[in-house]
Write a protein that binds this ligand. Structure first.
Ligand code: TYD
Ligand code: MG
Length: 450
């Protein structure tokens, strides 16, 4: 009998080694190598025929006419996908347990006009139907299939020819080619590759649900995210009713695009006015509270940043940042110290973005600076003003992208004033009702707000 070949595969990055090692030589993670059987030789798929042809094709001859998007029936979800479900696309949806992944995809399945195959390795048909009843699902073209063996799933897909496939979740399915347990990197990769091949060769859109690990990454992060066309993440925590779905990677649309939903007793409801939602609990006349306009994908969002500073009672002041990059906060504190003469070195600084949101855009720097200065001085800022602009190390305010789009959102929410980088002004067609004030540097900002 031939000796079984085994190798040790890193569950983080997929690198393999001939013997066990405590630390992966590729990605340096500790204790991540697991013994796995090498797949039998000759089991590789013919991934070469992902497209319609196996011969090289002249560029002008490639047919793009029947592209290939269909509305999902949930506009907020279409928005995240870049305008609808693309046929033949493989979409991975990740998020914490209980955040609403199964709920969202069951709603997508119910809204889909054609035949949907919902494969679940986590819940029984009964459980899924009970959830469906809460959501008011009555679709007769929805097939539920509780199976975890990949080969049987693929056979079923080939014979029942659905027009949309949902797999909940990729970590529960296993291929009998490998002896490692479901969820290990070779299994997850095999499942994804097999479904990728199915999606591309039959032009069927496939949604995969993926679990995240302790660090908040999808299990087998790199391996999976490279293989699929689109990666969506449920962001935020379960402690708020709203859920944010963000496109982290999208071959068919803008990355960073987000959709905002609210978890209700009858499922996820799209939020029509997210800026309004995030500003709804803004305190009046509180120092340290400012409104910034952050661009998420193609959507401008108004968010509230709050800062609290207080004299530190320890030698080493605390800097806590939730929803903004802590490095950014330290950098801007140094700019304030040096360019605006505020002595913040002995202050504890706490920064938070209201509603559990994340602001990663540098265009919210001016707002952050204003918020920190306001809290330090104990002076509330004009609550009718929105701040836009990136701050450089010499205290200069730099241009932001897509200012007209942001100003439109500011006008729509009824704000009267916006501080804008001078380099972005004048705007071609400024909306009425918003006073646009040019801003060159941080000292000008201080004069304007105090
Ligand atoms: P679920 O979609 O099962 O989460 P995931 O698949 O990401 O693990 O969502 C479960 C949570 O959503 C659960 O805590 C209950 C809540 N929920 C509602 O509040 N309303 C609803 O209509 C449904 C179906 C679930
Ligand atoms: Mg689930």
């Amino acid at each position: 009998m031939a000796k079984l070949k085994t190798s040790f595969v890193c569950q983080q990055c997929g690198a393999s080694a001939a013997k066990w090692l405590g630390r992966c030589p590729d990605c340096d993670s500790w204790n991540s190598l697991v013994e796995e059987n090498a797949p039998p030789s000759g089991s590789g798929r013919q991934l070469s025929s992902i497209g319609a042809n196996v011969r090289p094709l002249r560029y002008p001859d490639v047919d793009t006419d029947d592209e290939m998007r269909s509305a999902s029936g949930i506009p907020e979800f279409d928005r995240v996908l870049g305008g609808g479900i693309v046929s033949g696309s493989l979409v991975l949806i990740g998020g914490d347990p209980g955040i609403g992944k199964s709920t969202l995809l069951l709603q997508v399945a119910a809204a889909h006009p054609g035949k949907v195959l919902y494969v679940s390795g986590e819940e029984s048909e009964r459980q899924i139907k009970l959830r469906g009843e809460r959501l008011g699902v009555e679709s007769s073209s929805l097939l539920l299939y509780t199976e975890t063996q990949l080969e049987r799933i693929v056979d079923e897909l080939r014979s029942s020819k659905p027009s949309l496939v949902i797999l909940d979740s990729v970590q529960t399915v296993f291929s009998s080619k490998f002896s490692s347990s479901p969820g290990s990197i070779s299994q997850v990769r095999e499942v994804t590759a097999e479904l990728l091949y199915f999606a591309k060769s039959t032009s069927t859109p496939v949604f995969l649900i993926g679990h995240v690990n302790k660090e908040g990454n999808l299990a087998g992060p790199k391996a999976l995210e490279h293989m699929v066309d689109t990666v969506l993440y449920f962001e935020g925590d379960g402690s708020h009713a709203h859920r944010v779905v963000r496109a982290v990677k999208n071959r068919y649309g803008a990355a960073g695009e987000l959709g905002v939903f609210e978890m209700t007793s009858t499922g996820l409801e799209p939020v029509d006015n997210p800026s309004g939602l995030f500003l709804s609990e803004r305190p009046e006349n509180a120092s340290g509270s400012v409104v910034v306009c952050s661009l998420e994908g193609t959507r401008p969002l108004l968010l509230e940043i709050q800062t609290l500073t207080s004299t530190s009672s320890f030698g080493y002041p605390r800097r806590v940042a939730l929803g903004v990059d802590p490095a950014r906060v330290s950098l801007l504190l140094a700019v304030l110290e040096k360019r605006a003469g505020l002595s913040l070195a002995g202050e504890d600084v706490y920064v938070n973005v209201a509603g559990g949101m994340n602001v990663s855009e540098p265009a919210s720097d001016v707002g952050l600076v204003a918020s920190m200065a306001s809290s330090f001085r104990g002076q509330p800022l004009d609550s009718d003003t929105v701040f836009i602009g990136e701050v450089g190390l010499s205290g200069e305010v730099r241009r932001a992208q897509q200012v007209p789009l942001r100003v439109k959102e500011i006008a729509r929410l009824g704000f009267g004033r916006a501080l804008i980088p001078a380099g972005n002004l004048p705007l071609d067609d400024p909306p009425k009702g918003v006073e646009l004030i040019p801003l060159r540097n941080v000292s000008e900002l201080m004069e304007l707000i105090f």
